[in-house]
Design a protein around this ligand. Structure first.
Ligand code: ADP
Ligand code: ADP
Ligand code: ZN
Length: 219
């Protein structure tokens, strides 16, 4: 199964992508995680991406498209993939369409997770991320067992620079302007599945599974 998760920042894409990719045994590709790993390692890619991320802006299309191309040809994607946070612009979606045609692996579904803006701000300002493995927690809705420590790997939890309220607002604006048009783009192609993202985490996982289990649009 080949999937894309769309949705505003804080919709729960990362949380649900982790679960759904595990359930279906497919590769989870998060462009945000790839950038953060590169920033941590101090690579040239990381240095370039950080400038934009810190301002809450999107990284330029050509930079993102190249890293996704590399990720998709990896053997980890042989059983399918789940793209989390890509595409985020119409140009990225068009490039993806071409790449997937070339490798003969068309998309099966695009899941749009929708949540209201107030929920986005409430979720992101209380998000904490593991410095070591990248897993996400929430101070109220999904707290770690021990404060400040990752349940899974024991790594230190921190607040992403771009999860401060000001930057969250900028990211929401970028989302409205550049990413939201993709909902229509994928609806026109008969791939869109809409799922409400503001229930609790298990409810949302359930709703995504149900949506994916129904007959593919158009067949
Ligand atoms: P995204 O990848 O779309 O930015 P995340 O999966 O990182 O979103 O979730 C954003 C924040 O909201 C995290 O702190 C996460 O723990 C929390 N969160 C995710 N899903 C839910 C939910 N259904 N209910 C409450 N909090 C959630
Ligand atoms: P969230 O879903 O919470 O917004 P991500 O981890 O997906 O967070 O993305 C964090 C930042 O990384 C974005 O604000 C943007 O600067 C950059 N980024 C990630 N994916 C893309 C993409 N496909 N195109 C452009 N920029 C991206
Ligand atoms: Zn961890």
């Amino acid at each position: 199964m080949n999937l894309v998760f769309l949705g505003p920042p804080g919709a729960g894409k990362g949380t649900q992508a982790e679960r759904i990719s595990g359930i279906y045994g497919i590769a989870h590709i998060s462009t945000g995680d790839i950038f953060r790993e590169n920033i941590k390692k101090g690579t040239e890619l990381g240095r370039r991406a950080k400038e934009y991320m810190d301002r809450g802006e999107l990284v330029p299309d050509e930079v993102v498209i190249d890293i996704v191309r590399d990720a998709l040809v990896d053997e980890k994607c042989d059983r399918g993939f789940l793209l989390d946070g890509f595409p985020r612009t119409v140009a990225q979606a068009e490039a993806l369409e071409v790449m997937l045609r070339e490798i003969g692996r068309p998309l099966d579904r695009v899941v749009n997770l929708s949540v209201p803006d107030e929920v986005v701000v409430e979720r992101l300002t209380a998000r904490r991320t593991c410095r070591n493995c990248g897993r996400n927690y929430h101070l109220v809705f999904n707290p770690p067992k021990v404060e400040g420590v990752c349940d899974v790997c024991g790594g230190e939890l921190f607040q992403r620079d771009d999860d401060r309220e000001e930057t969250v607002r900028a990211r929401l604006e970028e989302y409205r302007r550049k990413t939201e048009p993709l909902i229509e783009y994928y609806r026109e192609r008969g791939l869109l599945v809409e799922v409400a993202g503001d229930g609790d985490m298990d409810e949302v996982t359930q709703a995504i599974q149900e949506a994916l289990a129904t007959a593919a649009p158009g067949g």
